[in-house]
Design a binder for this molecule. Structure first.
Ligand code: SF4
Length: 410
């Protein structure tokens, strides 16, 4: 099996490789092959850490044939596992983690291609990646004077609108973009974000599979699914801390706020991380809009993103972990405080608990009701576990009967 397929298992070629290989996924699962444990790790890391890279280090494709085979086959098994969790938020988070990991790998491939560093591992080029999603004819590079590599590209309006969202910030709106001959100008990093959406949609496609819990592959995976559900339920989250004390925010969030205050546009991951944090500390969409009033973030985008992040039980998505934020270059691990907490929210909670006196920004500025709760006073708020945040109440173990999926699909 091809290392490139293992690196990008959602590529059409990878799917064909799995379908054409002399392996049967039900047999692999029944025999508890290494790909099954790697699939469980894949889903666990996706839901809890926002990445599907192996715990022991990023998969580069430089491994031996056994590891390559296991990495590739773990993908279709992971898709079955996440289907068995029976949770829409879990599927969305899984797809987002696959896309984030794939983008990291793609960036590494492109850096290697640029000659910035050499690697003996197989890699894809930008054109290959665009072709994979039918974007080859929709994207053209802007000639770069004095440089081998273009810094900007032009994306046809149709795909641009399909793979971007106004919720990413004002700079993504068409009115704020250079537009010529039916194409929109984007930077290279923005083009990768567009590709990320295409990858996420590809992974999301066809999920969840309909499976009969008592039969075949689903029955054989029962203990793995139970293990994942138990892990998720153990990740208790004490609910929104419900105090807005900017002086106690972790450096990553302070840096993002200061960047936005300088009127610099945040990237999609930066904006997502900040919104997830603010919602995670109990702020309502209105409060977040007020809090970000003098920044590059616009009210409409904030509302879209925060309402997506929030549900009537509190935050549905935990903020990304420190590890994920470090991968995006958002975390600089000041004073090595990654040792203190695994994610910015936990770090903030620790600081609030340790503070002698905390004044809520909302009280100081007369914003909101100061309790971060849109609901009636008597309604319960927050207090959900991380498993509920990730899986919601839909993580019930109830299964849907139906045909066995095509496990190689996407
Ligand atoms: S270690 Fe965590 S909390 Fe601290 S700056 Fe990095 S991401 Fe933020």
């Amino acid at each position: 099996m091809d290392a490139l397929h293992a690196k990008y298992p959602f590529f059409e070629g990878a799917r064909e490789a799995v379908a054409g290989a002399s392996v049967s996924l039900p047999t692999l699962v029944a025999e508890d092959a290494p790909a099954v444990e790697r699939a469980r790790e894949r889903v666990e890391r996706a839901l809890l850490e926002g990445t599907v890279e192996p715990e022991g280090g990023a998969f580069t494709g430089a491994d031996g044939p056994v590891e390559i085979r296991s990495e590739l086959l773990s993908y279709p098994i992971a898709r079955i596992l996440v289907s068995l969790l029976d949770s829409e938020p879990a599927i969305e988070k899984y797809a987002a983690a696959e896309a984030a990991t794939a983008l990291d790998r793609l960036r590494a491939d492109l850096d290697a291609d640029d000659g910035l560093r050499s690697t003996p591992t197989p890699r894809v080029g930008l054109d290959d990646a665009l072709d994979e999603f039918g974007l080859g004819d929709d994207v053209r590079a802007e000639p770069a004077r004095g440089s081998r590599d273009p810094s900007h590209y032009w994306v046809a309006v149709g795909p641009y609108l399909r793979f971007t969202s106004p919720s990413w910030g004002a700079s993504w709106r068409l009115v704020n973009r250079a537009l010529a001959d039916g194409a929109v100008r984007v930077s290279r990093e923005e083009l990768l974000e567009v590709l990320g959406t295409a990858i996420e949609a590809r992974v999301r496609e066809g999920l969840p599979f309909e499976l009969d819990a008592d039969e075949g592959i689903a029955a054989d995976l029962e203990s793995r699914v139970a293990e994942l559900k138990r892990l998720l339920s153990e990740r208790t989250y004490t609910g929104p801390i419900d105090v807005v004390a900017p002086a106690l925010f972790p450096p990553c969030m302070t840096n993002l706020i200061e960047k936005a205050e300088r009127d610099v546009t945040l990237t999609a991951p930066e904006s997502f991380a900040l919104m997830a944090f603010l919602v995670g500390i109990g702020m309502t969409p209105d409060e977040v809009v007020a809090f970000c009033a003098d920044t590059s973030l616009d009210a409409e985008g904030i509302r879209y993103q925060t309402e997506y992040l929030r549900d009537d039980r509190g935050t549905q998505y935990p903020p990304p972990t420190c590890e994920t934020l470090a991968n995006y270059g958002i975390c600089h691990n000041e004073d090595d405080h990654m040792r203190v907490a695994p994610d910015p929210l936990s770090y903030y909670e620790t600081r609030v608990e340790e503070a002698d006196e905390v004044v809520d920004w909302r009280d100081e500025h007369g914003v909101g009701d100061g309790d971060g709760d849109d609901t009636d006073e008597d309604e319960p708020s927050g207090g959900e576990s991380r498993s509920e945040q990730v899986g919601g109440e839909q993580v019930s173990g109830e299964q849907v009967s139906g045909e066995e999926p095509d496990p190689t699909a996407n």
